[in-house]
Design a protein around this ligand. Structure first.
Ligand SMILES: CCCCCCCCCCCCCC(=O)SCCNC(=O)CCNC(=O)[C@H](O)C(C)(C)COP(=O)(O)OP(=O)(O)OC[C@H]1O[C@@H](n2cnc3c(N)ncnc32)[C@H](O)[C@@H]1OP(=O)(O)O
Ligand SMILES: CCCCCCCC/C=C\CCCCCCCC(=O)OC[C@@H](O)COP(=O)(O)O
Length: 273
């Protein structure tokens, strides 16, 4: 019994010691902590959402957003948001952003407009309490392995956006990417906006490579710039315009990404890929 008591005490002494001496330990500890803490937060949010709305409802995103807002402080991250005024657009729209890591959820919750949910891969629904909270928050799940299914879900989403006056956040790269640049965009987000005839609001996260390096196992404190760009109208566009709309969005976002990532580099040291 006496020995068992010693274990938490020892951990309390060893963890800070390791945190001070080993950056690899910090990397794994912060990653583990992030996932575990999100699971706990989701566990708390589940009954709150069910009590408030009785089930799957986009209004639950308010609760989820509120619950996640403090997590950045625990990981030593800070957000610098610019372009808030561009989100002050009435009615439905599609938000598109680059996607580097699951940490993007923190930035998403930092600026998530009301009545806005996201599109995610269907595997996420199996992520324990996080999966359930995603479902309760009205997240639209797509099967990325079956283009025809994904397309029909997106077509339904275009109709729901208008019927229920909701906004959707899409990661047009379609997967996480930390190669120091953007991946080519998939077309779903642009078909969605054109089908619903709603504007697109591009959002760019600066590169995480000045504080988070997967290969080098580093996870330091850092600043993430979030730049909200002016909306792109799609009124009158047809499916013929989707490619040029996608190219235009890509060019604007890539330029902004290089710009804000570069300005961080200059103040915090070199970007390493
Ligand atoms: C408290 C705790 C809280 C926790 C909170 C957690 C919050 C969680 C946040 C979660 C964050 C999680 C984040 C995540 O999980 S991100 C990962 C999942 N998200 C995405 O993948 C979204 C982006 N992907 C797309 O938009 C893709 O285009 C889809 C998936 C739709 C298809 O991709 P696919 O690779 O299969 O095909 P393709 O894009 O090459 O297109 C092929 C052809 O089809 C045409 N086409 C495409 N779409 C449409 C359409 N709608 N109508 C008509 N046509 C359409 C297209 O033009 C092309 O034709 P052509 O042009 O070549 O002729
Ligand atoms: C009992 C089951 C345990 C499952 C454990 C999974 C735990 C995940 C829990 C918390 C992490 C916090 C935020 C989750 C949101 C993650 C969204 C995300 O970034 O998904 C990845 C997806 O966009 C792209 O996927 P790929 O890069 O194609 O792959």
């Amino acid at each position: 019994m006496d020995v068992l008591w010693m274990i938490p005490l020892l951990l309390l002494m060893i963890i800070p010691l390791l945190m001070c001496t080993s950056s690899t330990f910090v990397f794994y500890f912060k990653k583990f902590f992030y996932v575990a803490w999100m699971m706990v937060l989701a566990l708390i949010a589940i009954p709150l959402c069910i009590l408030k709305s009785g089930g799957r409802d986009i209004e639950n995103m308010r609760i989820i957003r509120f619950m996640v807002r403090h997590v950045k402080y625990l990981l030593g991250l800070r957000f610098e948001v610019s372009g808030w005024e561009h989100l002050q657009t009435e009615g439905p729209y599609v938000v598109i952003s680059n996607h580097q890591s699951s940490l993007d959820v923190l930035g998403l919750m930092e600026i998530l407009p009301d009545r806005c949910t996201t599109i995610a891969k269907k595997e996420l629904v199996y992520a324990g309490t996080v999966g359930l909270i995603c479902w309760l928050g009205g997240i639209v799940f797509i099967n990325r392995k079956k283009t025809s299914d994904a397309k029909s879900v997106m077509a339904d989403a275009a109709k729901t956006m208008l019927d229920d006056q909701i906004r959707l956040w899409v990661f047009p790269e379609g997967t996480r990417n930390q190669n120091g640049d953007l991946l080519p965009f998939k077309k779903g987000a642009f078909h969605l906006a054109v089908q619903a005839q709603v504007p697109i609001i591009p959002v760019v996260f600066s590169s995480y490579s000045n504080f988070y390096l997967r290969k080098e196992k580093q996870f330091k404190s850092g600043v993430i710039r979030l730049k909200i760009l002016p909306k792109i109208e799609t009124k009158g566009m047809t499916s013929d315009d989707v490619s040029s709309l996608s190219d235009k969005s890509f060019d604007l976002m890539r330029a902004a990404f290089l710009d804000i990532s570069d300005s961080i580099t200059r103040s915090n040291g070199p970007v390493r890929h």
